[in-house]
Design a protein around this ligand. Structure first.
Ligand code: ZN
Length: 416
């Protein structure tokens, strides 16, 4: 089963690729896409999905939303990294480089000396969108040789975000402008491209590693593993209870966008489903109070070389179960009450639950959980798969926990 995830992650170098692939799988499974600029009808209640940019929301059995409320699993499609800037071509001596911008909070050092591809999407003048992903490594951010920086191993690497991250991708003698290269990728002329978005991506494929083949090493484990688990559970679940997955872009930069969890997209879909089912505004608000949300995003597994960075009573282990994340400052949305459906689902699915709480002197991250809870007022719980190297270009998790997450979400959707 884990091989399906590896396949998925390799096929999805960007959030837009995630949406494209998830939409195609949903379509093959009988889900109809509803255009955001058209009305929802009763036919859309049984199953359907909408997408906008790097965000996709899919549901099943929404005809009984008013009676039972919806169970929603949220996750994010984006990952931290380096995006190509507009007018990226820059030349230093005889090197042709690209200007890049830092997206979110990547471990910048992990992007050095990697064989990088470039992936993204272009919007053509006719309004259509073309995805692209270079099949071969085309760029590299070379590290400075130890001989030119003798103290780096003892004093640590300091990277100037503007000066030190521009990849080289050609010598000027052979250089083609970036937009010409991009046009070749999608087999159009540069004049047909109205606009584009591109980012550097690791070309190394996802892999199972470890002496006992217990681990997964890959880019984008945070948080495509939760997207994949949510999708798998939605497709596999045979219950007639109302259920939904909401996979958002822009989580890594704070979720404040039209497609992000801080925007109105989920709220609008919920209200439009409620209206399509014939409910009044008041009945819709009651439906929300019967609903529940799981925010699925990865957690920090305990790192054996940095045990002092963890609170050891609440430090999860890889391959020992799904993690429940709590934070009294509401960086995670979990409350004693909101956790109950997950406790039941874990018992039904036979999945072990672990806990995560950060040290008091180390600020923890956050997720779409508190944003969803604040925006829509639905009880929300934060859970996720434990991993190491979060926000590295090459992250690592166990092979068992993602499978447990699918089983847990399946039981949660079934309410069994
Ligand atoms: Zn994440």
């Amino acid at each position: 089963m884990i091989s399906k995830f590896l396949e998925h992650i390799d096929a999805c170098p960007t959030a837009h690729h995630v949406v494209d692939r998830v939409a195609s799988i949903l379509h093959q499974s009988g889900f109809d896409q509803v255009a955001l600029n058209s009305g929802f009808t009763t036919e859309h209640l049984r199953s359907g999905f909408i997408s906008s940019g790097g965000t996709i929301i899919a549901w099943k059995n929404a005809q009984s939303f008013a009676v039972h409320g919806l169970r929603i699993v949220g996750a994010h499609t984006d990952s931290p990294g380096l995006h190509v800037k507009p007018n990226p071509d820059t030349r230093t001596l005889n090197w042709h480089q690209l200007e890049v911008e830092v997206y979110g909070g990547p471990l910048l050092n992990s992007w050095l000396d990697r064989d990088l591809g470039i992936a993204g999407h272009a919007v053509l003048r006719d309004g259509s969108t073309s995805l692209f992903a270079s099949r071969h490594p085309v760029a590299r951010i070379p590290q400075l040789a130890i001989h030119l920086d003798r103290e780096v191993n003892d004093k640590g690497l300091i990277l100037n975000r503007h000066q030190h991250l521009s990849p080289i991708w050609a010598t000027t003698a052979s250089s083609v402008p970036f937009e010409s290269w991009l046009a070749q990728q999608i087999s159009v002329s540069t004049s047909q491209i109205a606009s584009w978005s591109a980012q550097l991506v690791d070309t190394q494929k996802a892999q199972i590693i470890g002496r006992e083949s217990e681990f997964v090493a890959s880019s984008r484990i945070d948080n495509q593993i939760s997207c994949w688990a949510a999708l798998s559970a939605l497709l596999n679940c045979e219950s007639d209870q109302p259920m939904m997955i909401a996979l958002y872009d822009h989580e890594e930069v704070g979720s404040q966008s039209a497609q992000g969890a801080g925007g109105p997209i989920l709220e609008h879909v919920l209200e439009r489903l409620s209206i399509a089912a014939g409910s009044s505004r008041s009945e819709y608000l009651v439906s929300l109070q019967k609903s529940h949300c799981v925010s699925a995003d990865n957690a920090h597994a305990v790192h054996p070389n940095y045990v002092d960075r963890h609170e050891l009573n609440n430090a999860p282990f890889v391959n020992e179960g799904v993690v429940v994340k709590t934070n009294v400052s509401q960086r995670y949305a979990t409350s004693p009450k909101s956790l109950v459906p997950i406790v039941h689902a874990a018992a039904t699915a036979g999945v072990n639950l672990q806990t995560f709480s950060s040290r008091n002197n180390i600020a923890c991250g956050s997720t779409i959980g508190p944003i969803t809870a604040t925006r829509i007022g639905i009880e929300t719980v934060d859970i996720g798969v434990p991993q190491l190297s979060m926000h590295s270009i090459r992250e690592m998790c166990g092979i068992k926990d993602p499978v447990d997450l699918i089983a847990l979400i399946g039981a949660y959707f079934s309410r069994s």
